[in-house]
Design a protein. Structure first.
Length: 397
C-alpha cells in the first residue's frame, strides 16, 4: 500500500513556527514510521511518500528519518498533490490538518484526515487580530476572518462540501476530542449518523533542557505560551496580571513573581497595554526542549485560549505537577477534568480571580496533586489512541 502523508501540515502556518496541529502531525508521522518498520519485518508492503513545502521550515529530524527510510519528499512547488497521487500510485492520502485550498481537494482511493474542530465557525469576530498581524496580508485577513458574513459565504459552504463528502463515504475523518466531534456534528447534522472516531491527540514527552531568563527564579513565574496568536487570548491574561500587580502594590505588598509569555513576535501589542512592564518577559519562539523546561520550572501555567480542538499546553505543565488555570470553553474542560481552575476567557477580572486563588498555597497544593493524577489519565489514553489512529489511517483493524 502506498500512503501519501501531508507534511505541509506540520510546517509553519500563519505567524506560528510551531503549532498544535503541527505537533500532532509529527507524532502521527513517527507512529506511522514505527508501523513501517513492523511492516518491513513482516514482509508486508507499506510505502510512505511525503508532500512538503521546500520554502518553509521542516524539522531536521524529519528530513533525516525520511532519508533513512528512503521516503520521497515531494515538493508542492514542483508537483500538485494530485500529480503526486497519480505518479506514485497512491492508495491512501492522509493529512493531519484539512486545508480548504483547492489544490488539496484530490481524488484518491482513500482520503483520510484529522478534523480538529470548526474554529472558523465557532470563534467570535474581533478586530484585535489586526494588531497581531505582522504583514499587510495578515492584517487584511484579520479584518474579515470570523465575521458572520465571512463564515456564511466563505467557510460554511466549503465545510458543507466537506461534510457532504464524509456523509457519502468519499472522505474519512477522525477527530481529537469529544467536544470537537459534537461541534462538527452540531454544525453539520448530516454527520450525526456518521461514525467519526475520537482519538486523543498524542503528545511526545520532550526532555526539558535550557535555562531561565535572567532575573527569573525557579517556581517564581507564571507561564503563558503562543503569544503571536490573538486567538490564544494572552493579552487579556497579561492585562489581568498587570491589574493584579497594581492591586498588590496598592496594599504596599511586593509581587514576587514574573510573567513569561513565549511565542511573542510583536511585543508592542502587549507592552502598550500594561503599567508594570518590569514584571513581564516576552520571548519569541523557542525550541521544544527549552519550552518544556519553562513548563517544568513554572509556578503555574495560564491557558486563556478562546478555542481549542484538544489543547496540548496544559497537559505539558500537568506532567510536572504545575497547577493550571484555563478557559472553561471548547475542549479544555474535557482534557483538564477537575484538575484545572477554570475562568471565562473574555473576563479579565475572572482571570485575575483565578490568579489570586493560585497564590493561596492550600489551593495551589491541592491542584498540584490533581494535575499529576489527571496527566497520567490523559497520557494513558493518548498512548492507546495513537495506535488506534494509525490503524484507522492505513485501514487496518
Amino acid at each position: 500500500m502506498n500512503l501519501l502523508f501531508n507534511l505541509v501540515a506540520v510546517q509553519p502556518i500563519h505567524n506560528a513556527k510551531f503549532h498544535g496541529g503541527g505537533s500532532y502531525g509529527e507524532e502521527i508521522f513517527w507512529a506511522l514510521l514505527k508501523r513501517l518498520e513492523l511492516s518491513g519485518a513482516q514482509n508486508q508492503e507499506l510505502q510512505i511518500f511525503c508532500a512538503y513545502d521546500s520554502k518553509k521550515y521542516l524539522d531536521e529530524k524529519v528530513i533525516a528519518v525520511c532519508k533513512k527510510f528512503e521516503i520521497l519528499l515531494l515538493d508542492i512547488h514542483e508537483y500538485t498533490p494530485q500529480q503526486m497521487v497519480n505518479q506514485h500510485a497512491i492508495h491512501v492520502f492522509y493529512t493531519p490538518l484539512y486545508s480548504l485550498e483547492k489544490k488539496w481537494q484530490i481524488e484518491v482511493e482513500r482520503f483520510v484526515f484529522t478534523w480538529h474542530g470548526v474554529r472558523a465557525l465557532e470563534m467570535r469576530y474581533s478586530r484585535l487580530g489586526v494588531a497581531f498581524g505582522k504583514t499587510i496580508s495578515r492584517k487584511l485577513e484579520a479584518l474579515i476572518r470570523y465575521r458572520e458574513s465571512w463564515k456564511k459565504y466563505f467557510y460554511k459552504p466549503k465545510y458543507q462540501l466537506l461534510a457532504k463528502q464524509i456523509a457519502e463515504g468519499r472522505v474519512q475523518a477522525m477527530t481529537v476530542s469529544e467536544h470537537s466531534k459534537a461541534s462538527i456534528q452540531g454544525f453539520f447534522p448530516e454527520l450525526m449518523p456518521v461514525e467519526i472516531p475520537v482519538f486523543y491527540s498524542p503528545l511526545a514527552e520532550k526532555e526539558p533542557k535550557g535555562e531561565l531568563p535572567k532575573g527569573v527564579e525557579n517556581k517564581k513565574y507564571f507561564l503563558l505560551t503562543s503569544g503571536a496568536r490573538w486567538e490564544k487570548n494572552n493579552l487579556r491574561a497579561v492585562m489581568a496580571f498587570d491589574d493584579l500587580i497594581s492591586s498588590w502594590k496598592s496594599q504596599n505588598k511586593s509581587f514576587d513573581f514574573k510573567v513569561i509569555v513565549t511565542g511573542v513576535t510583536n511585543p508592542k501589542v502587549y507592552t502598550k497595554k500594561i503599567r508594570h512592564p518590569d514584571y513581564f518577559i516576552f520571548l519569541n519562539y523557542i525550541e521544544n526542549e527549552a519550552l518544556e523546561y519553562l513548563h517544568q520550572k513554572a509556578y503555574a501555567f495560564i491557558f486563556p485560549s478562546l478555542n481549542e480542538g484538544f489543547g496540548y499546553p496544559p497537559v505539558q505543565s500537568m506532567r510536572y505537577g504545575v497547577p493550571v488555570a484555563a478557559s472553561g470553553t471548547t475542549s479544555i474542560p474535557e482534557i483538564g477534568g477537575d484538575a484545572v481552575l477554570y475562568f471565562d476567557p473574555y473576563s479579565t477580572s475572572e482571570i485575575k480571580n483565578r490568579l489570586i486563588q493560585l497564590l493561596d498555597y492550600s489551593i495551589y497544593n491541592e491542584y498540584s496533586k490533581r494535575v499529576k493524577q489527571r496527566y497520567l489519565q490523559v497520557r494513558q489514553r493518548q498512548k492507546e489512541d495513537l495506535e488506534k489512529a494509525v490503524r484507522f489511517i492505513i485501514g487496518s483493524n
